[in-house]
Write a protein that binds this ligand. Structure first.
Ligand code: ATP
Length: 338
C-alpha cells in the first residue's frame, strides 16, 4: 500500500508556475517533469502557508469564557461511535508552536470512515495548521497523528506506507497557472501512473464532468471563474489511478473551500463536496468515492450543507464538538456566539 498526499498551496505557486515558462516544453510529461522539478526545489516555500485575514477577527468572540464543563461537552451521538476499526485519522494531544507562539495546545479528535467533519473557530486559532499536520506537511512538536491506527513519524514522504490517500484542497484553488485544466487535473497521474496520455485525458474529462464541468480541458486557470477554479481543484483531488489493483480510501481536507465565493457559487461547491463523498452522487449520477472529509470553514452555509459533525477549535484546543443539528439548536453560549 502506498500513500499519496496531493497538495497545492497558495504560496509559491505563482513563482513556480512562472518558472516553468523557462523550461523546454515538449510533451505533457516532459512539461510536467520540468514543472515538478521546480516545485520540489521550492517545496519549503509551498509548505510555508500563512493564512490571510478571514471574516472573523482574532477577537471574534469577545468576552467568551470557556468553562471546564463546556470543554468536556461531547455530543451524545459522537459518543455512540464505539467501533475503533473505522477510525481513519486520529490526532492525539497535538501541540504546535511557531517561534514563541503556541498555536495548538493539546488537540485530540478522530475522523472515522464515512464522516463529514467541520473544523470551526476564530481566526488564527490553528485550524489550517491542524489540517497541514494531518496531511503530513507539518510535524507536531508534541503529540501524535495516527493514520488508520499507525503512528505517523515526522513528515509524510512519497514512500510512506499508510493505506490512506489524503488530499488537501487549499482555500485558493491553487491551480498551476501555466498548466491547462487537463494538466492540472491529471497532474499526479502524468507523474506517478503508467496510464497513457489518452487514458489520463479521458479520466480527466470524466472527473471534470463529475463536478459539472464540460469542455474546459484546454483552458488555462486564468480563463475560469472563481467557482470553476474550485471545481477544477475538486476534480484534481478526486481523480485517481483506476488501473491500480486496489485503491486506498481517500480523506479530503478542505481549507475554506467556499471563501471568496458568492452565496450561489458557495452552494454549488458545498453540494459538490457532498456529492463526491461516499453516499453522495456525483454530477454523472455515480456514487461518490471520498471516504471522509474535513472542512475548515467560517461559512454558516458550508456548516449547514456540507458537514455532519463539528469540532470547535479555540486557543489551540477543541473546546466543543457535536453534530451539526446540535450546533444549530444548541443553547451553549460558546456555540451561540458563532
Ligand atoms: N508556517 C508558519 N510560520 C509561522 N507562523 C505560522 C505558520 N503557519 C501558521 N502560522 C501562524 O499560526 C497561527 C494559526 O494559523 P492558522 O492558519 O492555522 O489559523 P486558522 O485558524 O486557520 O486561521 P484563519 O481562520 O484565519 O484561516 C497564525 O497566527 C499564523 O500566523
Amino acid at each position: 500500500m502506498t500513500s499519496s498526499v496531493f497538495l497545492s498551496s497558495p504560496l509559491g505557486i505563482i513563482s513556480i508556475a512562472a518558472s516553468i515558462k523557462n523550461c523546454d516544453l515538449g510533451t505533457k510529461r516532459s512539461k510536467l517533469y520540468c514543472f515538478k522539478k521546480e516545485r520540489k526545489e521550492q517545496r519549503n516555500v509551498n509548505c510555508a502557508c500563512i493564512a490571510p485575514a478571514r471574516n472573523l477577527g482574532r477577537d471574534g468572540f469577545p468576552g467568551t469564557k470557556f468553562t471546564e464543563s463546556s470543554k468536556s461537552e461531547n455530543s451524545s451521538k459522537e459518543m455512540m461511535h464505539l467501533n475503533e476499526s473505522d477510525v481513519l485519522i486520529e490526532c492525539r494531544n497535538v501541540h504546535k508552536s511557531f517561534g514563541e507562539k503556541q498555536i495548538l495546545q493539546g488537540v485530540s479528535f478522530k475522523i472515522r470512515h464515512g464522516e463529514a467533519v467541520g473544523i470551526i473557530g476564530p481566526s488564527g486559532t490553528g485550524k489550517s495548521t491542524i489540517l497541514k499536520i494531518i496531511a503530513g506537511l507539518l510535524a507536531p512538536d508534541k503529540g501524535e497523528v495516527y493514520i488508520r491506527g499507525r503512528k505517523r513519524l515526522g513528515l509524510i514522504s512519497d514512500d510512506e506506507i499508510s493505506g490512506l490517500r489524503i488530499g488537501l484542497v487549499f482555500q485558493s484553488a491553487a491551480l498551476f497557472d501555466s498548466l491547462t485544466v487537463r494538466e492540472n487535473v491529471g497532474f499526479l497521474l502524468y507523474e506517478h501512473s503508467s496510464m497513457s496520455d489518452e487514458q489520463i485525458s479521458q479520466l480527466v474529462t470524466e472527473n471534470l464532468a463529475a463536478v459539472g464541468l464540460k469542455g474546459v480541458e484546454d483552458r488555462l486557470p486564468s480563463e475560469l471563474s472563481g467557482g470553476m477554479k474550485k471545481r477544477v481543484a475538486l476534480a484534481r483531488s478526486i481523480i485517481c489511478d483506476i488501473t491500480k489493483e486496489s485503491i486506498e480510501p481517500e480523506v479530503l481536507l478542505y481549507d475554506e473551500p467556499t471563501a471568496g465565493l458568492d452565496p450561489i457559487a458557495s452552494t454549488v461547491v458545498e453540494d459538490l463536496i457532498r456529492s463526491v463523498h461516499a453516499g453522495g452522487e456525483d454530477a454523472l449520477g455515480k456514487p461518490g468515492k471520498i471516504a471522509s472529509y474535513v472542512v475548515v470553514t467560517h461559512q454558516h452555509s458550508t456548516i449547514r450543507r456540507a458537514v455532519d459533525r463539528l469540532l470547535f477549535l479555540h486557543e489551540g484546543k477543541v473546546v466543543w464538538q457535536g453534530m451539526t443539528d446540535e450546533f444549530t439548536t444548541s443553547t451553549n453560549p460558546i456555540v451561540q456566539q458563532l
